[in-house]
Design a binder for this molecule. Structure first.
Ligand code: NAD
Length: 339
């Protein structure tokens, strides 16, 4: 199948080309994001392959449909950047990679937690400058701490398993209970109770209208003083301005982020020669107790290989007219929710 691949970085091209030896799709790689303004690059392609910061809003989908591009292969799990109702109304086919390696994201989550707590980011710089003093590097032990996991699906469950190994108490909130988490001793509670009881809060639910700004001023007010907040899910789960106020007051003691609500114009690019125009993000960078990675939790060899293979298999399924297990539509989501 002829596929226009958007938001291509060199590693995307490497893993997709390697996996494509088994499929033989005609892949054309474009660096820009897919937006309404870059749609013309998709002309002549029945399919596009997109990533987390490509914007598939209603007007972009309508225009894509008009130019004959009706297959959308997301090379990621989340689909908050796509208007699924409109895509379905237009008869477009949407496929994604629902699971490629929950371990990649879960291990990065725990890495952020350890690093921000034990201050690896500061220790690294100090030691390189010949400063071996420990003042200001005091951490706490995870053993015996209460962790609140919001979203106990594939990634949340692996985080729960790892932190159980550290000797943490596990609390969880989800719209559906996961028996695997319950077997670990995770106790499901309502969100306000999780906010009140957790020493560490880690977010692993999708970004939806219901979860947008789940962490806002009201939620922060309920939390313990000095709470650790980790978000490797989607930036929009957090009201960043409210979190900055929480950091300034000391209510939030540590913040580890792999995602940011306005990351689209920042992440996955080298901006080191430019002045950052986003004042909210720039403020976040000034806190000594904030550690940010640029949406890299998924970024392992295993994950990129599986993403490439699944994406190309999804496209092969659609090309052959086979039912694709990774197709998503409003109906399939409703069926999943009811199951
Ligand atoms: P999953 O579908 O297995 O789990 C998500 C869980 O969230 C499910 O159990 C679901 O019931 C729950 N949920 C849905 N709505 C909820 C709500 N309103 N409140 C609480 N829980 C709710 O997905 P996953 O594979 O575990 O991925 C979780 C998220 O991680 C994805 O949505 C994606 O945004 C993010 N992600 C980030 C990266 C990264 O590189 N940083 C990579 C992959 C996925």
């Amino acid at each position: 199948m002829k596929v226009a691949v958007f938001s291509t970085r060199p590693y995307d091209r490497f893993f997709l080309e390697k996996a494509n030896k088994a499929f033989g799709h005609e892949l054309t790689f474009y660096e820009p994001h897919l937006t309404f303004e870059t749609i013309s690059l998709a002309a002549g392609f029945p399919a596009i392959c997109v990533f987390v910061n490509d914007r598939l809003d209603a007007r972009t989908l309508v225009r894509l449909h008009e130019i004959g591009t009706d297959i959308i292969a997301l090379r990621c799990a989340g689909f908050n950047n796509l208007d699924l109702d409109i895509a379905s109304t237009l008869g477009m086919q949407v496929v994604r990679v629902p699971a490629y390696s929950p371990h990649a994201v879960a291990e990065h989550t725990v890495g952020l937690l350890l690093a921000v707590n034990r201050k690896f980011h500061r220790a690294f710089n100090r030691v390189r400058e010949g400063n071996f003093a420990l003042d200001g590097l005091l951490g706490f032990e995870l053993h015996g701490k209460t962790v609140g996991i919001v979203g106990t699906g594939k990634i949340g469950a692996v985080v729960a398993r790892i932190l159980k190994g550290f000797g943490c108490e596990l609390l969880g909130y989800d719209v559906m209970r996961n028996p695997e988490c319950e077997a670990l001793g995770l106790q499901y509670v309502e969100l306000p109770e999780l906010f009140r009881r957790a020493d560490i809060i880690s977010l692993h639910c999708p970004l939806t209208p219901q979860t947008h700004h789940l962490i806002d001023a009201e939620a922060i007010a309920l939390m313990k003083k000095g709470v650790v907040l980790i978000n490797t899910s989607r930036g929009g789960l957090i009201d960043t301005r409210a979190v900055i106020r929480g950091l300034k007051s000391g209510k939030i003691g540590y913040l580890g982020l792999d995602v940011y609500e306005e990351e689209e114009d920042l992440f996955f690019e080298d901006h080191s020669e430019q002045v950052i125009q986003d004042d909210v993000f720039a403020r976040l960078l000034t806190f000594p107790n904030v550690l940010i990675t640029a949406h890299q939790a998924f970024f392992t060899e295993t994950a990129l290989t599986r993403i490439a293979e699944t994406t190309l298999q999804n496209l092969a399924d659609l090309e052959a007219g086979r039912e694709c297990p990774n197709a998503i539509s409003p109906d399939s989501l409703r069926r999943q929710a009811a199951a």
